[in-house]
Ligand binder design. Structure first.
Ligand SMILES: [Zn+2]
Length: 66
């Protein structure tokens, strides 16, 4: 496994069959945003993606399961 040296990286896990989901941006939450979530979609063909929140923070999305 790679070592996660980048402290700011955010990773969220979604369920195996999720194609649309809402993730909370922890960075925005730390900044006091009242609505820090961002909606994203990921087709079932993909096991990972990245999402940028409205403030430009990158959130990595990983599909759970196999
Ligand atoms: Zn953010």
């Amino acid at each position: 496994m790679a070592s996660w040296a980048v402290m700011t990286e955010q990773v969220v896990w979604i369920s195996p069959r999720a194609t649309g989901f809402t993730v909370v941006c922890e960075r925005c939450a730390e900044l006091g945003e009242t609505f820090p979530s961002v909606h994203a979609t990921l087709s079932l063909d993909h096991i990972r993606s990245t999402v940028d929140c409205p403030r430009g923070h990158q959130i990595r999305v990983e599909r759970d399961g196999r």
